[in-house]
Write a protein that binds this ligand. Structure first.
Ligand SMILES: [Zn+2]
Length: 286
């Protein structure tokens, strides 16, 4: 057995040890639609716009393939979402795209950050919330007039890329920084950071949930009712797919094809192993 293989087995054992019954389905309590419609998709199809061969949806055009879009859940977002994606972040790794597909197309814009030419600009930055941690970041419940903001900006990419974007895009400094309450991620790629760094779609989901709760609190209204849970529709599907594959096929080979330095590392032993390439079928053919 090679050293790599040994450390892979160790990390899987570790994962299993960590799993108590509740953690086996950490997304189980959410009101997320049945994903049979995704399970029924067996093969790739050509994207109607770019003709690329893709499964589930096209990462470039945000088109749904292999099924009728009307069978997907739909989430209405109370304020506009802008995602800034680092140009080096692989499209297939971006979970922010799930929000673009599940919500109204017009409610989500995905911008590519590619300096020096493509640095996103925003009108009225004082009316935008920037979801980014830092000393000046506030929790939503501590912002007195949330209705004076009309959009939230989220940075998508590795932690290193996100910091680079935040520091090199002056207009972002004019926005009110916000954070969400610390939570453990269920993200299946073990990032080389602590387990409170959420996948982008998890962060988006919790933002809208806390936004709703903060607004309700200000108006003395009722509890959160699950209205944004379907933002995690694809996320839960891929998460369960990977969990099942880990459990039924412990000898599955790891692929190094999509290696990205400092991105996906095992958080236990910091080995060079990368995510098992199970989600590959959902990515663009490359
Ligand atoms: Zn396409």
């Amino acid at each position: 057995m090679s050293t790599n293989e040994e450390s892979r087995k160790r990390s899987i054992d570790q994962l299993e040890k960590e799993e108590d019954p509740q953690k086996l389905d950490p997304l189980g309590d959410l009101k997320i639609d049945d994903d049979q419609v995704l399970k029924d998709i067996r093969q790739r199809s050509a994207c109607p716009s770019c003709k690329r061969s893709v499964k589930y949806f096209c990462y470039k055009c945000y088109q749904v393939v292999g099924m009728d879009r009307s069978k997907l859940p739909h989430v209405h977002l109370p304020i506009h979402l802008d995602v800034i994606k680092h140009h080096k972040e692989l499209d297939g790794k971006s979970t922010a795209i799930h929000a673009k597909i599940i919500s109204d197309d017009k409610d989500v814009d995905i911008h590519t950050y590619c300096p020096p030419d493509r640095i996103p600009q925003f009108e009225e930055p004082e009316k935008a919330l920037l979801l980014f941690p830092g000393p000046s970041a506030k929790q939503l419940k501590d912002i007195p007039s949330l209705d004076s903001f009309n959009r939230v900006v989220v940075i998508d990419g590795t932690w290193h890329q996100a910091k680079q974007i935040a520091h090199n895009t002056p207009i972002l400094n004019k926005m009110q920084k916000v954070t969400i309450a610390p939570r453990k991620t269920t993200f299946w790629r073990f990032q080389n950071v602590d387990d409170q760094h959420l996948a982008t779609i998890e962060a988006i989901y919790y933002f809208y949930r806390e936004y709703f709760e903060a607004c309700q609190q200000q108006q003395h209204q009722t509890k959160y009712d699950g209205r944004f849970d379907n933002l995690l529709f694809y996320y839960k599907f891929f998460y369960n797919l990977i969990q099942r594959t880990y459990q039924t096929n412990k000898t599955a080979k790891f692929s190094h094809r999509h290696q990205q330095k400092d991105y996906i590392k095992n958080r236990e032993d910091k080995s060079e192993e990368k995510e098992e390439d199970i989600t590959d079928s959902s990515r663009n053919g490359k």
